[in-house]
Write a protein that binds this ligand. Structure first.
Ligand SMILES: Cc1cc2nc3c(=O)[nH]c(=O)nc-3n(C[C@H](O)[C@H](O)[C@H](O)COP(=O)(O)OP(=O)(O)OC[C@H]3O[C@@H](n4cnc5c(N)ncnc54)[C@H](O)[C@@H]3O)c2cc1C
Length: 323
């Protein structure tokens, strides 16, 4: 059985949930899954709980500040030395940048944005990759010895294994030089302290029906009382009302929260492509024929400017009574 490695994305020592999803997906492919971290993980036993039999930490002074070039070079050296055949990477912004670089360096096939992963009857890897906003699903099989796959976040449920033991931890020291690293001049953290739609259990999204950026204060207040992340349709992102990091849909993020509440969003097919796998969908729209109601489990036909303040008031009151 070939070795499957999962690149573990961490921010300040905290493992990103999509990497745990990737570990879960890797278990379908191999009983021996290696979690590869840049510098020691904050919690190696967490990686074992999600299926890593082995944790490899790649250590080098030039990796102290993240640079996708340097990380790709270091990963490529590790992959070659350990004879890894399949590398799974969460399809986050970082993963989408890293994966093709790595694929080029190790001359591997690159399968992006995979939503299902399996082996065929001959044990060959096969991955599903949606095209045209999910209207076509391509089944892809690599022709190369090695494959790099990015997994669409929220498509694989992160599941802990029933019993896990402490993983073997090994260190790998790559050979890197300054040329392998692009210097990061400045890091701009735009949504510090805010929940990311990719990680949130509840998302409150606003669309053009909110009429202007100033009215998103209502979306933020509702998100706040619900402990939710704020999402947005592309129409409002294109209009400059909200940042692209909040965009849900075909050209934004794919989310799968327990509750997705769409406010003043029509439900265009490109928006649905990013949120229709949410567990519960609720919508507020003044047009009873809006397409969003076709996918919604709960719908309120009404004006967002009347409904949202009432919802905020009611939820805040319920929270006060501890309900
Ligand atoms: C290649 C491509 C990729 C795309 N990718 C994405 C993507 O990733 N994500 C995405 O979202 N879109 C995407 N789009 C755009 C998509 O087709 C729609 O244009 C967009 O989703 C519409 O956004 P909206 O629902 O906010 O606006 P609209 O379609 O204008 O809908 C506004 C809704 O608000 C309702 N409304 C108005 N006023 C009120 C009120 N006071 N109270 C309640 N309801 C009200 C209206 O009835 C309407 O249903 C893409 C398009 C293309 C061509």
């Amino acid at each position: 059985m070939s070795t499957v490695a999962v690149y573990i994305e961490q921010r300040e020592g905290i493992v990103k949930r999509p990497s745990l999803e990737a570990l879960t997906a890797a278990r379908q492919l191999s009983p021996h899954v290696v979690a590869v971290c840049i510098s020691a993980p904050g919690d190696a036993s967490l990686l074992a709980r999600y299926g890593a039999a082995e944790v490899v930490t790649i250590e080098h002074p030039l990796l102290q500040q993240y640079s996708s070039q340097a990380v790709a070079v270091a990963l490529a050296q590790y992959v070659r030395s350990a004879e890894v055949t399949t590398i799974l990477i969460a399809g986050t912004a970082q993963g989408k940048e890293l994966a093709p670089r790595l694929a080029v360096l190790i001359e591997a096939a690159y399968i992006p944005d995979c939503t299902e992963l399996d082996r065929d009857e001959h044990g060959k890897l096969q991955a599903k990759h949606p095209l045209f906003a999910g209207k076509v699903i391509a089944t892809m099989q690599p022709l190369t010895e090695r494959t790099v796959v990015t997994l669409r976040p929220n498509m694989f449920t992160a599941r802990a294994v029933e019993s896990s033991s402490e993983p073997t931890i090994t260190q790998f020291s790559p050979t890197l030089s300054e040329e392998d690293r692009k210097v990061v001049v400045e890091q701009v953290v735009r949504n510090e302290g805010k929940l990311d739609v990719l990680e949130a259990d509840i998302i409150v999204s606003g669309g053009r029906g909110m009429k202007g950026p100033e009215n998103f204060v209502l979306i933020e207040q509702l998100a706040n009382v619900l402990g939710a992340a704020v999402g947005a349709s592309r129409a409002v992102v294109d209009a400059g009302w909200r940042p692209h990091s909040e965009q849900v849909g075909q050209t934004g993020k794919t989310v799968s929260p327990n509750l997705y509440l769409a406010c003043g969003i029509s439900g265009a097919v490109q928006h649905l492509a990013g949120m229709s796998s949410s567990k519960v969908i609720a919508a507020i729209n003044k047009d009873k024929d809006a397409p969003i109601f076709k996918v919604a489990d709960y719908g309120i036909v009404g004006d967002v400017f009347e409904v949202i303040p009432k919802l905020i008031e009611r939820i805040a009151a319920l929270k006060q009574t501890g309900a």
